[in-house]
Design a protein around this ligand. Structure first.
Ligand SMILES: Cc1cc2nc3c(=O)[nH]c(=O)nc-3n(C[C@H](O)[C@H](O)[C@H](O)COP(=O)(O)O)c2cc1C
Length: 212
């Protein structure tokens, strides 16, 4: 397993050219979706929505606002990461009800937990920037997706090179609770993508770790 993980991490690279003819099968796609759905988040509040853009015309429109990066149209799947812009008490209440239903617990027993989330997130220090907080959570899910894909031999490219405002307009998010933050193109590398042969550039262990 150790070797398998290291091999996948080394094999993965930010794919620039996808093979537009290779599609991810449904079974693998479901695993990738679960890697997003099961991602951890602060308090478990899951302040995200992942939009899987299948419509080729929409993907062509999005590409125009993504520095014309070919991954947007050519990858098998294109997943736009969005995060909550605000959070109110009713969102927390719905989550509490989900916990109660899932774990067969009385809602009243979760009052302390709810009050803590409302105090800390809805009314607390992080309230000033719910959006930034929600974005941080969404990036954790992005990491899980990228790793899960690599373990399955599926390529990815994370994309921040896009215009979130234009994505929001094209995806009809302007009047929603969610805003675009980034995207991940998922599929299979083209045989002639020269980036797959480049050595990884990473700071040394000494530079990135400190043991105290
Ligand atoms: C959040 C995020 C956004 C990125 N945005 C882009 C992008 O818009 N276009 C692109 O080609 N690569 C993008 N990358 C890929 C990085 O440039 C790449 O991961 C980094 O150079 C390390 O190379 P490697 O992933 O091939 O090991 C992004 C990566 C991350 C994590």
């Amino acid at each position: 397993m150790n070797e398998q993980i290291l091999k996948a991490l080394d094999w993965r690279y930010a794919t620039k050219v996808f093979d537009a003819n290779k599609k991810i099968n449904e079974k693998d796609l479901n695993v990738l979706k679960e890697s997003l759905r099961l991602a951890p988040s602060s308090y478990g509040l899951q302040p995200w929505k992942f939009i899987i853009v299948e419509n080729p015309e929409v993907r062509t429109q999005l590409r125009e606002f993504s520095w014309n990066q070919t991954q947007v149209t050519d990858a098998s799947h294109y997943i736009v990461f969005t995060a909550l812009k605000t959070m109110d008490e009713s969102y927390v209440q719905k989550y509490i009800e989900d916990i109660a239903n899932t774990r067969n617990l009385p809602v009243e027993g979760l009052k302390g937990f709810k009050d803590m989330m409302v105090a800390n997130i809805v009314n607390g220090g992080q309230k000033q920037d719910i959006s930034a907080w929600a974005q941080r959570q969404s990036y954790i899910a992005m990491g899980e997706l990228v790793l899960a894909a690599a373990l399955l031999g599926i390529d990815t490219c994370c994309l921040e090179g896009l215009s979130p405002a234009d994505y929001d307009r094209i995806l009809g998010l302007d009047n929603s609770q969610y805003a675009t933050i980034a995207a991940v193109a998922v599929g299979y590398r083209a045989a002639d993508d020269k980036y797959q042969d480049l050595k990884k550039v990473r700071f040394s262990e000494d530079e990135v770790f400190q043991t105290i």
